[in-house]
Design a protein around this ligand. Structure first.
Ligand code: ATP
Ligand code: ATP
Ligand code: MG
Ligand code: MG
Lengths: 250, 250
């Protein structure tokens, strides 16, 4: 049975795309059949996989035009529905439609049996697109940067998730929280980590993603970091996260 | 005559709030009368100034309820209209209204003569709120993080700005581009900087904001970095940016 997981946090630049791409790739390499859907108009996940935005098969047409195709990436077992610039108009377009929260969910149901997992890379907002994703998903994986502002956003995100769970999608739950860009020499980062452990310890993955420049270099080569440089500290952390993810799924 | 400047970039976590707060504070200390409007539902700028969200005077009521008050911060010459959680519903609410792009601009016109500059901290999206900001503003100051993904977003942002300039706000122009979180030891950061210089050199400020942990510590004390630690490299860079900003205004 396929599980659908949103990678979301309305705080910007916390490592959503980096987590979505590297976790998807790590699971694909371990033999799971994975679909990555990029619903962020920026299209960073699309670029990170070496693909082009605004092609014939894209997530705007997937949601809005009933076109349920996907494409193969150059990584075995990893498929993708790339981004489109049209996504930035989708929020306004959806908000006047009937059943506006269910567009993505209706489409995903047509293809989900082809995969073990579907990961959805979200934009940094709680817009109508993100609501569509929360309604379509089984769970949400939340990257949290080891910074003060990130703490503020978690409570608001959990409130929104509970509201969706109560009204639109009863099965929705938190898959887990992963700390990103951790610099162990930095007191603030350590404070933020212990703060999250204290308040959200039940959800927190043991794998902590370190700040590692190789993770931010990889997208310019159109490859996930675990392919670009499997031995760097960032890749090792994402491989360990993938193992922990599969263990907690049992 | 008051100038209204949006701090915007749809890419998340690039330093919009950090730039908006520190530039506003630096100009206020130099004697200019400044209003900072926080239209991001996350309310990071509100927190950075030691203020609370969802108070009686907030930016949701300012835009949507015709309430044109503002509050004094504990910094001389610096005033604020704090954020509100209600902002996350505003996009959908505005999209069905008549003249939906002009709500903020109509309100700002009532108070703008009280100030030398108004800075607006934007959320990481090109939503209806951001469109309202672009219609209300004279110019846009764009923080760009020294990362590969940031390059991708600039072209899309400039396209949106030109579309607004052509249809809704003829006076809109680029105030400038400021590079943020620059680490001179990092080859990727140097590549991104020279890339932006080559393609957008006319807009690029000479002041480059270095990666400096003191900038990310300051918000937890409710103070701009230039107050929390005026001697750190981050504060010095923002003070130099403020001088450059005033020079280019002449
Ligand atoms: N662990 C890390 N170490 C160093 N750099 C990182 C790390 N994780 C992500 N980055 C870089 O930080 C920036 C932000 O990460 P990313 O784009 O994945 O965040 P995001 O949450 O998807 O952003 P957005 O909110 O814009 O969608 C990117 O330039 C990325 O390459
Ligand atoms: N020059 C810098 N050096 C180190 N850390 C920084 C710097 N500028 C900003 N930061 C930190 O990086 C994170 C992102 O910055 P900030 O929140 O200002 O970006 P933003 O563009 O406003 O994000 P969002 O897209 O969520 O609104 C914050 O935790 C901030 O404290
Ligand atoms: Mg992203
Ligand atoms: Mg911000």
């Amino acid at each position: 049975k396929c599980k659908i997981i949103a990678i979301s946090n309305q705080k910007g630049g916390v490592g959503k795309t980096t987590t979505c791409v590297n976790l998807s790739a790590a699971l694909a390499i371990s033999g799971k059949k994975i679909l990555l859907i990029d619903v962020d108009a920026q299209g960073n996940a699309t670029t990170a996989l070496g693909l082009e935005k605004n092609e014939q098969i894209n997530s705007y047409d997937f949601i809005n035009r009933d076109c349920s195709d996907y494409i193969q990436t150059n990584i075995n077992n990893l498929f993708c529905i790339p981004s489109s610039n049209n996504l930035s108009a989708l929020d306004v377009e959806l908000s006047s439609k009937d059943q506006r929260e269910y567009f993505l969910s209706n489409q995903i149901n047509k293809i989900k049996n082809d995969f073990d997992y579907i990961f959805i890379d979200c934009p940094p907002s709680l817009s109508m697109i993100t609501i569509n994703v929360f309604v379509a998903s089984d769970s949400i994986l939340i990257p949290v940067q080891c910074e003060f502002y990130s703490l503020e956003g978690i409570a608001q995100l959990l409130e929104t998730i509970n509201a969706i769970k109560g009204n639109l999608n009863k099965k929705l739950h938190i898959e887990g929280i992963v700390m990103t860009m951790f610099d162990k020499r930095n007191i603030l980062a350590n404070n933020v980590l212990s703060n999250v452990k204290e308040h959200f310890g039940d959800y927190l993955y043991e794998s902590v993603i370190p700040r590692n420049v190789r993770l931010s270099e990889a997208p310019s080569f159109g490859k996930p970091a675990i392919i670009y440089d499997v031995h760097c500290s960032g890749s090792k952390a994402y491989l360990s996260l993938a193992k922990e993810f599969l263990r907690s799924r049992k």
